[in-house]
Design a protein around this ligand. Structure first.
Ligand code: SF4
Length: 298
């Protein structure tokens, strides 16, 4: 069953596996294929055309009404390739997608924000801790041990809002064995995001830093004073509720109860319709998640 009405359908394209950080629980580990598509403009265009056409046509045939399709760029760290990420955004706009990006924030600077912000509707920032030591223990640090600078990040988010006053800010935090005791209320309140998604570490690729339901619950409870800005996603909410494409142009899905991902054939080989039919996706779970996100950053 498809949801009958949605404001936006979001397609998450993880354009690269490459990242400057090394989070112990990193989910960005896909079965290797050829070179990532991000390096080939012709393939990028063909992939986006196929995806855009399929989901727009499926809207008519499945009675799944949505106002717009949004392409969300993820990684790895998509802004390690700033000009290529901007090129994907440009091509996506030409086709009719809205666009957004999720980043660890480490590569944001003023010229990049100026180029990026006007063309995206949502900027997502993943931030698991406001503390240097915790970020280093999590592995959210580069090979020199450098972690995101919270003050500089705040300046960049301010710049993003200046360059695009309607830009929505979404923050993501993965609760894990290291940060579950932390109180991030002050930091999140200062950033004033439109949405703060709190995830429980999903042991899809590894069990490293997994946390219990009680610890996750305690973290969520500690931040309840932040109110409606919070959206909580436990492991079951995250399985089969996202539409995701890997760096090699395959749909993939978290396989329930198993390690690793389930993959489709490459979209460029069989088309988006056939490829999408090869992975599990629950419209009910999408709807449940969507109903929480409606009207806010998603
Ligand atoms: S920032 Fe994201 S992509 Fe990079 S290592 Fe951490 S979880 Fe993986």
């Amino acid at each position: 069953m498809y949801p009958s009405q949605a404001k936006e359908l979001v397609i998450n394209w993880h354009i690269t596996e490459v990242c400057n950080y090394r989070c112990q629980y990193c989910y960005a580990k896909w079965e290797k294929q050829d070179t990532e598509l991000i390096h080939d403009n012709g393939k990028i265009r063909r992939l986006l055309e196929s995806v855009y056409q399929y989901f727009n046509e499926s809207k008519a045939t499945n009675g799944f009404a949505f106002d717009s399709l949004r392409l969300n760029l993820a990684g790895g760290e998509p802004l390690l390739y700033p000009s290529k990420a901007l090129r994907v955004i440009e091509l996506a706009h030409q086709l009719g997608f809205k666009t957004s990006i999720i980043s660890n924030g480490s590569r944001l600077n003023e010229p990049l924000m100026q180029a990026l912000a006007p063309y995206i509707s949502v900027l997502g920032i993943s931030l698991d801790s406001a503390e240097v030591k915790s970020n280093q223990e999590i592995g959210r640090a580069d090979r020199h041990g450098r972690v995101v600078n919270i003050g500089k990040l705040a300046e960049m988010l301010e710049a993003g809002r200046r360059h695009n006053p309607s830009l929505q800010l979404k923050m993501n935090t993965v609760v894990n064995a290291i940060n579950w005791r932390e109180d991030m209320s002050r930091t999140i309140a200062d950033f004033a995001p439109d949405k703060w998604k709190i995830f429980r570490m999903l042991p899809t690729v590894t069990d490293a830093l997994s946390t219990s339901a009680d610890e996750f619950g305690a973290f969520v409870q500690r931040h309840r004073s932040l109110g409606k800005v919070i959206q909580v996603e436990d492991n079951a909410d995250m399985t089969e509720s996202y539409i995701m494409i890997d760096p090699h142009g395959r749909f993939f899905q978290n396989a329930e109860g198993k390690k690793g991902y389930q993959y489709s054939q490459p979209i460029l080989a069989v088309g988006a319709e056939v490829a999408f039919s090869q992975v599990a996706w629950s419209s009910e779970k999408f709807c449940a998640r969507y109903s929480h996100e409606q009207g806010s950053a998603a």
